[in-house]
Design a protein around this ligand. Sequence first.
Ligand code: IP8
Length: 256
Amino acid sequence: MILVKLGGSVITDKSQYQALHEEVLVRLCKEISDSGKDVVVVHGAGSFGHIVAHDNRLADGFKYESQINALATVSRDVRQLNLMVIDAMISAGISPVSLPPSACVVMRDKEIVEIDFDRIRSYLEMGISPVMFGDVALDELQGFSICSGDQIMEALARELVPERVIFVSDVDGIMDREPSEPGAKLVDCIGPSDLDNMSFHVRVKDVTGGIKKKLSAMMKMAGPDGACMIINGRVPGRLEAALRGDEVVGTKVELD
Ligand code: IP8
């Protein structure tokens, strides 16, 4: 089984509320299907989740009354995105089942403390692809939390030990400096010691910590053979090649 994260930045336009990149989503689902691999898919919330969650400080937990309606709005919006992902997967010939974190994840102080892994395994055994996504979830300490797709990826990678972990993004991988700077180069392989030497820029509203946090999470998912990678989903064919295990342009993330 291969664990795939479809990043919010590749399937949505993160700067515009509820803007889906439909053609990209449809192609990526076809690539998954054409690879013939069994997958567990996690997708980001993109502009269906981050904008409202950020404006209402949902990541901080329950602080004031109007957050409750914002939480309901985010939960509805990310489900709408999830339904579009599920639709695209079914049209591509995959059989997915959605497991919304708001219904099956428990958090404590912003960390996941419970996921129903047995349910995920049972679906996989039947040839069904479980699909989870960045969502809101109950938090035993702060009332509610944001449950990011990366946190779910980390928990699933630890428990299900996938053959490979692939993060599908809207860039080729990690660059050694701001991509607009002259001479910026793609980093083929990145390890824990590289984290402090690089400068990262957060360009859009992201309530779950940006690229540095993502990379440290990825370092916990990488196997000893470096089978955790970031690839560009905007380039046709890269996801399918990565799923098949072919050499592909991207950044491999080494184990912490
Ligand atoms: O897009 C964030 O998940 P991510 C979830 O995977 C929400 O970081 C609701 C903002």
